[in-house]
Design a protein around this ligand. Sequence first.
Ligand SMILES: NC(=O)c1ccc[n+]([C@@H]2O[C@H](COP(=O)([O-])OP(=O)(O)OC[C@H]3O[C@@H](n4cnc5c(N)ncnc54)[C@H](OP(=O)(O)O)[C@@H]3O)[C@@H](O)[C@H]2O)c1
Length: 342
Amino acid sequence: MAQNRQWLFNKRPKKDIEADTLILQDTNLPEPGDGEFLLRSIYVSMDATNRLWLGDWDLYMEPITPGQPMKGFTLGEVVKSRNPAFPVGALAAGLAPWAEYSVHDGIGFSVMPNIPGLKLAEAFGVLAIAGPTALVGLMEVGRAKKGDTVVVTAAAGAVGMLVGQIAKIHGCKAIGIAGGAEKCRWLTEEFGYDHAIDYKREDVVQRLRGLAPEGVDVHYENVGGELLDAGLSVMKNFGSVVICGLISTYNSAAGDRIPGPYMFRNLIMRRLRVEGFVILDYVDKYPQYQQQLAGWMLEGRLKGRMHVEPGIERAVDALKMLYTGANTGKLMVQFGREPQGS
Ligand SMILES: NC(=O)c1ccc[n+]([C@@H]2O[C@H](COP(=O)([O-])OP(=O)(O)OC[C@H]3O[C@@H](n4cnc5c(N)ncnc54)[C@H](OP(=O)(O)O)[C@@H]3O)[C@@H](O)[C@H]2O)c1
């Protein structure tokens, strides 16, 4: 049996991820050098942005180039260590190759605290990326305040489900947009959204006008395209538009001409503030955000719905789910077993 397996980035996809984009290969078990540790991967987060790393867009970070291992945000167990900050048995999180085992020097990694009362997958799924992104996007970029009407796209997804709940914690009215009746039911029944709109079946602009007759204060965008246009159409004067993600465009190449937004003129007509952000710019404040988010989770005010796919073999098929809406919660792949007792 192979000592280690990893996914290699083989060939840049033209649009959707293809059968030969990534290949699973056997490799040797790496040995940590001075100042390094060996990480056994447990959960690997599947994030919409992973597709962008395989593309040719000019990004917020270096893309991965063919011939390199695919990477993802990973929670693992330190199983060998020559780095005192990451002792054997510690749980560490950071950007790692999509591999069963990998060696790291600790830069960009943090030891994940054990939070009694939270399951490991839930703690990683909410606290690592989705939770800080939802919190920063809504409160710091969107500047949401009590009484605001907040609209969220991809509202049943990892980030979106948390944005609605955080909006409710802050006394806002939350309207979520998602694909399908089942996801819309979760929005109101599981995540506390006041209203849900099924963009696959309903006229989104008409529904938004009915649900927010005074207009929308904060629009939290995860999708782009027609949904962003719908949002721009119903903003209140001086409202905020948070550009968190544009997932509907991520399977495009750099040269593709992506249409819209057509309602760009409302930036003037409605005096809007539109701001994009990348959560990596906020890592210094992560401990503060994580404490806040974990507190709400332990109080039962913030819930995460997890979607865990089993086994390293599932990684590529799992990633593809994000772009079709097949994921039913914060998506991650379990590469290895949880340590006993966690
Ligand atoms: N700025 C940052 O730092 C940052 C950090 C993390 C995430 N993000 C962004 O947040 C967004 C959500 O990411 P996530 O990881 O939480 O994924 P997610 O929302 O759990 O999954 C993606 C969801 O997007 C929806 N979707 C995909 N293609 C679509 C399309 N063409 N039209 C409409 N909806 C579509 C699907 O939901 P439906 O079934 O409802 O269609 C799908 O389930 C992404 O845009 C991502 O890039 C940004």
